[in-house]
Design a protein around this ligand. Structure first.
Ligand SMILES: [Ca+2]
Ligand SMILES: [Ca+2]
Length: 173
C-alpha cells in the first residue's frame, strides 16, 4: 500500500510502516474470523463440535445433544436443532397458556368471565403488589375496550407485563 510519492531515503521507513499495517490487518482478519466462527454454526455437529459451539449450558449439554439428535446418528444437524427449538418454544408457550388460564380463574373470583377492579386489587395484593394509583393506572391502561374490567385477553397482557411494569411490592410480610 503506497500513498503518494516516496522521497529517496525514505523507502525503508515506509516499508516498516507497511509491515506494521499488514500486522494490524492480519490481526483484524483473525479477530473478525473468530467472531464469525462464533456466530456461524456448521450444519452438522458431532459431540466435540457441539460442546465447542456452546449450544447448551455445559451442565446439560450431554442430555441436550442426545435430545436434539433425533435420528441418533451422533450428529446434530441444523434441522434437528431447529426442530428442537420450535418444540421447546411450543412447550414453553403451552406452560404459559396453562398459567394464564389458572391465574385468570383465580383473579376472576366470582367467575363471570371478567376481572373487575375489586378483583384486580385482590389479585394484585395476592402477588404482594402494593395496590396504589400506579397499579390502578397500569391496570386501566390494559383495559383496551374501556369497559372498566379486564377480559381474558386484557388480563393476559397484565400477566405478560407486570414483572416489568413500574409497580411497588410489599416485601414485609
Ligand atoms: Ca369477575
Ligand atoms: Ca376490558
Amino acid at each position: 500500500m503506497v500513498f503518494g510519492y516516496i522521497s529517496p531515503g525514505n523507502e525503508e521507513k515506509l516499508s516498516i510502516g507497511n509491515c506494521e499495517m499488514a500486522k494490524v490487518i492480519f490481526i483484524l482478519i483473525v479477530l473478525i474470523g473468530a467472531v464469525l466462527a462464533d456466530i456461524v454454526i456448521p450444519d452438522r455437529l458431532d459431540w466435540a463440535d457441539f460442546q465447542k459451539y456452546d449450544i447448551c449450558n455445559p451442565v446439560v449439554a450431554a442430555q441436550c445433544f442426545s435430545d436434539m439428535d433425533s435420528n441418533h446418528d451422533k450428529i446434530v444437524t441444523k434441522a434437528e436443532r431447529d426442530a428442537y427449538y420450535s418444540k421447546n418454544n411450543a412447550r414453553i408457550e403451552a406452560l404459559n397458556q396453562a398459567m394464564y388460564d389458572s391465574d385468570f380463574k383465580t383473579a376472576d373470583s366470582n367467575g363471570d368471565g371478567y376481572v373487575s377492579p375489586a378483583e384486580m386489587d385482590a389479585y394484585g395484593k395476592s402477588l404482594d403488589i402494593i395496590v396504589d394509583s400506579a397499579f390502578e393506572n397500569y391496570v386501566n391502561s390494559l383495559d383496551a375496550d374501556n369497559d372498566g374490567r379486564l377480559s381474558k385477553t386484557e388480563f393476559v397482557n397484565f400477566e405478560k407485563g407486570w414483572p416489568s411494569a413500574n409497580l411497588r411490592f410489599d416485601f414485609d410480610n
